[in-house]
Ligand binder design. Sequence first.
Ligand code: HEC
Ligand code: HEC
Length: 309
Amino acid sequence: MSENDKKEIDQVSGIETTGHEWDGLKELNNPLPRWWLWVFYVTIVWSIGYWVVFPAWPVPSGATKGTAEWTQFSRLEKSQQDIAVLQAGYIENFKAAPFDRIMNDEQLYAFATAGGAAAFKDNCATCHGTGGAGGRGYPNLNDDDWIWGGTIEDIHQTLEFGARSGHPETRVSAMPAFGKDGLMSREDIATVVDYVANLPRQGHDLSSKGYDLFQKNCASCHGTEAKGNREFGAPNLTDGIWLYGGSKDTIYKTVYNGRSGVMPYWSGRLDDNTIRQLAVYVHSLGGGEKSEGTENGGSQRKPESPAAR
Ligand code: HEC
Ligand code: HEC
């Protein structure tokens, strides 16, 4: 290859060759477009700037920090701060709102049920089940059957102070142990248990011995019609929904030994907002009842039929 070859012009295209030749094939000298080269140089300069400003090169302790000290962590922190500010706005609103406003304000209601659902999983599901469906001794919170009451205020009070919880303001009263404490003979207990077990199917037989025994021993709490009394937390015995079970065996145990299920109190354990959110959530589960004197206190969704416990 001589110096002259470099200046050679290709006959066909009229373009200068580079002077490289392979078996008679010559390479044309087509330099990169100027604009392309400039972009290329700019990217190099850009990358150097980037290495300086942002974390880039691996070093034993992690990576070069960069003058901006940018990290994923600081960005996460920032976005979490933004969320906290947004939440604080909701919470301020929620704090100030009475229940009837929360029930009628779409945003506040959504805020309450979302927060309540999360808190329910953490604090309540162990006893009441994930969906609030309950189990033996733990009431179903989805149905219309309430021991202590289903208005938002009732539920809120149950949550704050519990039932037989040891809190000074707890809901109290218990099913007496008629057998163990010698309040009734075994025979009479068996008779009244028979009577109670048949109530959901047969209703009251006013001429039976069971009826007399019931009126004498049980009606003061469960009501003369056995429909229950929320003031005493005495369940309805006519609806076929049983907290402890409706077999004669189980009812006998209930009457003989008594029952006193404990619902813990949450006042002081959860903050007021969470308890209020939980009350709205439980109320929304399907059995929520209207508060007295409000139009829309009740929840929109109603179950087709109360689920049996
Ligand atoms: C340790 C078990 C336990 C935990 C945890 C628990 N509960 Fe209860 N809860 C009970 C029992 C037992 C009763 C029934 C009390 C009774 O027999 O009167 C009850 C009753 C209730 C009632 C009244 C139902 C009615 O028919 O009137 C509501 C509402 C309720 N719980 C909601 C909650 C919520 C919300 C939480 C979570 C913050 C919760 N419970 C956590 C055991 C529990
Ligand atoms: C002092 C009030 C009181 C009296 C009197 C009373 N009960 Fe109760 N009874 C209750 C309470 C409160 C409960 C709920 C206990 C609980 O939730 O742990 C209950 C629960 C029951 C249950 C369980 C219901 C279920 O859903 O599993 C039966 C059955 C029952 N009572 C029958 C009777 C009978 C029969 C008598 C009369 C011999 C009677 N009770 C008298 C207060 C009373």
